[in-house]
Ligand binder design. Structure first.
Ligand code: NAD
Length: 483
């Protein structure tokens, strides 16, 4: 074990071993083999990180906003100069195609920092002139120390999506990336130090949810928790952190509908729906897993969609031509596969996929699965209602717009949704009626970092992005001044 890379905690600008000296293995999903180990921390390490963050809080809060922005920009520039290195590391740790990490994950992490470096300089608070001699104005102060907890599916992308606005608005951060994919966050912490972020402003504590995440959520030092992950974990965090009156932003799971009307631009819809179903092996919270297709084009859609899904190249994530990499862990691979048996029991027909793939060479023991398309499921069965978070899409037929909207809305989730139609009236009508935080019309995952991002129902509470994030990470205070 000793020759393996050891990922340590990053506290007060230095890498430090976890107090109890324990480590967890980190696996390469494409080979199924451990390649590193990560600190398995506990309360003592969270305490140390919170003390460091608390010490740095005043200096960072009082750093002029332009200076903070310069440092955030420097971090973005340094990361941009190392896209290739970070993309390789992300792909190895998560199993995603390196081409995706290079085109999406790492550039997006750069944009997150660059965007909030700019946004914070335009962030302003309100002034309400109440009468000739009374002025009400709002101060927006940083919260102090905040906790940021992120998942494994878009490791650096979602990690930076949280810490960039937290830091930009003057907070110090105690962060925990997923223990399943801890590599790029660790590399990134080091890069932040090199770019001039003062010690203690960003601290990283590695380890499991119960041992580290929950301690961050209940620690008296943390004033807010920004969490992205599963709905069950979100509920657990709310149950322990809400009674302590912490600010909470919870970005949770989804079971996103795609509504395909018979007047859509078919070819563009088909190509995008393939991406929205299977990008990142379907391990994106925004992936569309329930595809509702209008009667008149159902058979054509089914035939062409299945044919395209079968052609997706599954294999070594490092190969430039690979379109589908490995699922993130053995456990997740087994979970996704278990839904195929369940789908059959629930009356579904698997039209393609579900084979465990064993690519020749170094990836023979990786956690690969060919993309799955299912039809014939009742819309209210478990396979249709539960988040699978893998390369699995189910097809459903509908006749009318009202029926499609009712079916789409009939889940406990409400994160993202997609509508394909050429009718302007229908696009607006359906977009307004879908119970989701985001509706894409005739596109998918086109992102503008200024827009509110988040879900309704069991997909979460609160919004990230733009002013929403900067408001979340600051406390408004009204000052009423009589002249
Ligand atoms: P997860 O909930 O298992 O873990 C997420 C993070 O929370 C990890 O760092 C984990 O260690 C930590 N954690 C676990 N238990 C905890 C606890 N009791 N207290 C505090 N922290 C705890 O989720 P995952 O499996 O890593 O990620 C997949 C899930 O994330 C899916 O449900 C997906 O939909 C969701 N997700 C949502 C969004 C969004 O923006 N809404 C984005 C990406 C992923």
């Amino acid at each position: 074990m000793s020759e393996r890379e050891r990922l340590q905690n990053y506290i007060e600008g230095r890498f430090v071993a976890p107090v109890r000296g324990e480590y967890l293995p980190v696996y390469e999903p494409a080979t199924g083999r451990p390649f590193a180990e990560v600190a398995s921390s506990d309360r003592a390490d969270v305490d140390a990180a919170c003390i460091a963050a608390g010490r740095a809080a005043r200096g960072w809060r009082e750093t002029p906003v332009e200076k903070r922005a310069v440092i955030l920009d420097a971090i973005a520039n340094k990361l941009e100069a190392q896209i290739e290195r970070f993309a390789g590391a992300e792909s190895k740790d998560n199993g995603k195609p390196v081409s995706l990490a290079r085109a999406v994950d790492i550039p997006r992490a750069v944009s997150n920092f660059r965007f909030f470096a700019g946004a914070v300089q335009h962030f302003a608070s309100e002034c309400h002139p109440t009468s000739a001699d009374v002025l009400n104005y709002t101060l927006r102060a940083p919260l102090g120390v905040v906790g940021c907890i992120s998942p494994w599916n878009l490791p650096l992308y979602l990690f930076t999506w949280k810490i960039a606005p937290a830091l930009a608005s003057g907070n110090c951060v105690v962060a925990k990336p997923s223990e399943i994919t801890p590599v790029t966050a660790t590399m990134f912490a080091e890069l932040c130090g090199e770019a001039g972020l003062p010690p203690g402003v960003l601290n990283l504590v590695h380890g499991t949810g119960p041992d580290v995440g929950e301690v961050i959520c209940t620690h008296p030092t943390t004033k807010a928790i920004s969490f992205t992950g599963g709905t069950k974990t979100g509920a657990r965090i709310a149950s322990v952190a809400a009674p302590l009156f912490k600010k909470l932003s919870l970005e949770l799971g989804g079971k996103n509908p795609v509504l395909v009307f018979d007047d859509c631009a078919f070819d563009e819809m088909l190509a995008t729906t393939l991406r929205s179903s299977f990008s990142n092996q379907g391990e994106i919270c925004l992936c569309g897993s329930r595809i509702f297709v209008q009667d008149a084009i159902y058979e054509r859609f089914k035939t062409e969609f299945v044919a395209r899904a079968k052609k997706l190249r599954v294999g070594d994530p490092l190969e430039p031509t690979t379109e589908q990499g490995a699922l993130v862990s053995e456990q997740h691979h087994a979970k996704v596969r278990s839904y195929l048996d369940l789908a059959r029991k629930e009356g579904g027909t698997v039209l393609c996929g579900g084979e465990v793939i064993s690519p020749p060479g170094r990836c023979a023991n990786g956690w690969f699965l060919s993309p799955v398309v299912i039809e014939g499921l009742p819309h209210n069965c478990r396979t249709s209602q539960e988040e699978i978070f893998g390369p699995v899409a189910s097809l459903y037929r509908f006749k009318t717009e009202d029926e499609a909207v009712a079916l789409a809305n009939d889940t406990p989730y409400g994160l993202a949704s997609v509508v394909w139609t050429r009718s302007l009236d229908r696009a607006h009508r359906v977009a307004a009626s879908l119970h989701a935080g985001i509706t894409w019309v005739n596109c998918w995952m086109v992102r503008d970092l200024r827009t509110p991002f988040g879900g309704v129902k069991q997909s979460g509470v609160g919004r990230e992005g733009g002013w929403e994030a900067l408001r979340f990470f600051t406390e408004p205070k009204n000052v009423c001044l009589k002249l």
